[in-house]
Design a protein around this ligand. Structure first.
Ligand SMILES: NC(=O)c1ccc[n+]([C@@H]2O[C@H](COP(=O)([O-])OP(=O)(O)OC[C@H]3O[C@@H](n4cnc5c(N)ncnc54)[C@H](O)[C@@H]3O)[C@@H](O)[C@H]2O)c1
Length: 253
């Protein structure tokens, strides 16, 4: 029996594709047979992922764009459809973390977290929806355990991820009469560049940050990427408005 995780002939747009989870997810999705549009603000990081995907024989479109700009969000979807003629999956993986005391956090830091983590998934999704509304498609939003768990000194990040989780559920309801599936993944800690941005919070007061991590350690990035790919693929056809937690037990610990 053919696996439902087969994405042969499909096209996925993956944001944050130059990063840890975005890069691993793009590779996994390409392994399932899809051609991919890879978006990241870092053209250099993007090129590394693109090389891996091309080596697998898949087609790649590199989109070195800045998701803080709404026009570039819409342009990313338009360029993907212009290149490949379709878009079957949108994986909103790009993210940024800024932390600090709420009274000190710079307005620019608050803005960038909200724009990249919350607004960009919305503006990318609404640009993708018209291309998915008849033949179907999947939107996968990468939240975080921070969507569920309050962490001191992470006000912008936690709020953005809780917002993204509720955006996922709200859009899942809105499009429930269409063949578009909208789901989320909430990873626990992963060893990526983003995780390094958390250090200033621990320097302020680890007790106030709260308990992050657990005795099992960090998540294996490829395991989280597998979940992203599952939700992007037709195998997740029975899922709508779900958030799958992949966190080595961080929330229950
Ligand atoms: N690492 C963790 O511990 C952890 C835990 C839970 C959730 N997450 C989430 O996983 C996702 C992926 O993060 P990661 O851990 O792979 O980090 P990462 O830093 O390796 O990757 C993030 C990528 O997003 C890109 N990006 C940032 N700003 C951008 C912008 N304005 N426009 C376009 N691209 C931009 C970066 O260039 C980078 O390549 C994020 O949404 C993050 O919040 C990470």
């Amino acid at each position: 029996m053919p696996t439902m995780m087969d994405m042969t002939g499909q096209v996925a747009l993956v944001t944050g594709a130059g990063g840890g989870l975005g890069g691993a997810s793009a590779v996994r999705i390409a392994e399932l047979g899809a051609d991919v549009a890879l978006l990241d603000v870092s053209a250099e990081a993007l090129a590394g992922t693109a090389e891996k995907v091309r080596a697998m024989g898949r087609k790649v479109l590199e989109l070195p764009l800045d998701l803080t700009d709404r026009a570039q969000c819409a342009a990313a979807v338009a360029k993907t459809v212009a290149e490949f003629g379709r878009i079957d999956a949108l994986c909103n993986i790009a993210g940024v973390l800024r932390c600090g005391r709420s009274e000190d956090i710079a307005e620019a830091d608050w803005d960038i977290v909200m724009k990249v983590n919350l607004e960009a998934p919305f503006f990318l999704s609404r640009a993708a929806v018209p291309h998915m509304i008849e033949k179907g498609g999947a939107i996968v939003n990468v939240c975080s355990t921070a969507a569920f768990k309050a962490q001191g000194f992470f006000s912008a990040y936690c709020a953005s991820k809780a917002g993204l989780l509720h955006l996922t559920k709200t859009m899942a309801v809105e499009y429930i009469k269409t063949p578009i599936r909208i789901n989320a993944v909430a990873p626990g800690g992963m060893d990526t560049a983003l995780a390094g941005e958390a250090h200033p919070a621990f320097a302020l007061d680890p007790e106030v940050v709260g308990r992050l991590g657990n005795p099992r350690g960090m998540c294996v990035i490829d395991d989280v990427a597998d979940m992203v790919a599952y939700l992007a693929s037709p195998a997740s056809r029975s899922m709508q408005g779900s958030c799958v937690v992949v966190d080595t037990g961080e929330i229950v610990w």
